[in-house]
Design a protein around this ligand. Sequence first.
Ligand code: HPA
Length: 270
Amino acid sequence: MIKRITQAVEYIRTKTNDVPETALILGTGLNSIADMIKNPILIPYKSIPNFPASTAPSHVGKMIVGDISGKKVIILQGRVHFYEGYSMQEVTFPIRVLNQLGVKNIIITNAAGSLNENLVPGNIALITDHINFMGANPLIGENYDDFGERFPSMHEPYNQKIRKLAMDIAFENNFIIKEGIYVAVAGPSLETTAECKMLITFGADLVGMSTVPEVIAAIHGGMNVLGISIVTNLSNVFHSEPHSQEEIRKNAAQAKSNLKTLIQELIKRM
Ligand code: HPA
């Protein structure tokens, strides 16, 4: 595995010598956030040795290296999911590559369903903690001591200082960000009502099919993590209050402009 990571890193190094401190992973429906990057160098996942290429329709599969707020960043536009049939090692391969490239901070975004009536479609929510309910873990198997220890602590996977900074930025720019616990399920079938009720009793506020493996690998590698969910739908325990498509689109667009502001300011100040 180390050799496969090194091959990918060496290829990326032939495209750019920049060593960005911060990386951003864009989840479902958030590709256009990458528009704000200046002087972009595009590196399709398909061209990077050993890099998993996404099969999901809304995931474009490109690494973009460029400038945001005058700082070098790497954007991963699209990700692969466990439900696509990739192993946990493949799902987290991009994180290992970013780690070896020298990235220190990682902002991981996703689209999520809400299990909490205070989190409604269009909301931006910081992930405060997670529950790994995928039935697998990317660290199972041989431990690569160069990356991290066998039993990495998960006492604070989502960096509190960066979360505080995100909250300050939202306050200064007059928008609200919420917070919640994210539970990761394997998918791809969506949760039944009974499963939603169970996940709520676990203490989860948000449910999705990504992020947690990436966060585990990033923490293993000593990176600082910020997790951001965009609430795209209420889970089916709340069916009594349907939202119109128009309203959801409007909310999502609003979330995207606030998310852009948030990311630009975070990169400037992180
Ligand atoms: N459940 C699981 N994953 C999701 C959902 C959901 O309701 N919405 C977006 N991703």
